[in-house]
Design a protein around this ligand. Sequence first.
Ligand code: NAG
Ligand code: NAG
Ligand code: NAG
Ligand code: ZN
Length: 251
Amino acid sequence: MFKTFLFLLFPILSLAQRSIEASAPKAVVYSGCTIPNTVALTFDDGPYIYGDIISQTLTSKGAKGTFFVNGYNYNCIYSRKVAARLQDVYNSGHQICSHTWSHPDLTKLNATQIAAELEKIDTALFKILGIKTNFVRPPYGSYNNLARQVASQMNKSFILWDFDSGDSVGATLQQSEAAYKQAMGNITIALNHETEKTTAMSLVEFAIDKFQEAGYKLVTAAECLGLDPYTFIGPPQQRDDTWFCPEKDDD
Ligand SMILES: *[C@@H]1O[C@H](CO)[C@@H](O)[C@H](O)[C@H]1NC(C)=O
Ligand SMILES: *[C@@H]1O[C@H](CO)[C@@H](O)[C@H](O)[C@H]1NC(C)=O
Ligand SMILES: *[C@@H]1O[C@H](CO)[C@@H](O)[C@H](O)[C@H]1NC(C)=O
Ligand SMILES: [Zn+2]
């Protein structure tokens, strides 16, 4: 009885092998906003050194953004500077979502591994920000039924995109700007990367200006879907010796 109670309280600690019924429910997959006249600018692969400047640019123009972050990708989410920057971005009112712990292609993993990828980043976001996010963006936009089923067990939905600025796959600033201009009117969730310098320095501002000139409201992904961003919001935890990445402790 007591064990069951603990298990319910701390599902995050249950890294037991998972098996999924073929008929298990699947996470909902969103790739566009549902609230008219809203657009969500999203930034993947951080937390990274450009988080602050993107956050400040958004804030200075009355816009909100959504950051899909990893635990260990370009750097370790628990590193002091990285965690502090993520807290700044969150405290500025932008939405923070999961992009898995280590940015794998989820279709190459089994249920246990998928659950671990989702739980480890959830744990980090709970410690560093005090939140439990409702949303995951599968890396590369790649997912299968198993990934949806594991995510559904954890009450997550997937958020994809309906426009890719191309910033992480070699598009120049001019090409990304042209792509935004050309698709304007059909864009509701725009994929960009926090890890791209030209995105942070120029593209974000360009995109905000274009959307605002066209009369769109730039909101978080949750807001553009009319959903709650988090199932839990509390204070961050105190740093302790669990704040490290097993892959590399680059504090
Ligand atoms: C998932 O893969 C890992 C690593 O290959 C393996 O150790 C584990 O037994 C697998 N679990 C299941 C449920 O297949
Ligand atoms: C998941 O959502 C269901 C339905 O809203 C709720 O009953 C359940 O408690 C949630 N579980 C967790 C772990 O948040
Ligand atoms: C928007 O999408 C529709 C349907 O795919 C297409 O016909 C239209 O040309 C697009 N408009 C713009 C501005 O890209
Ligand atoms: Zn990514």
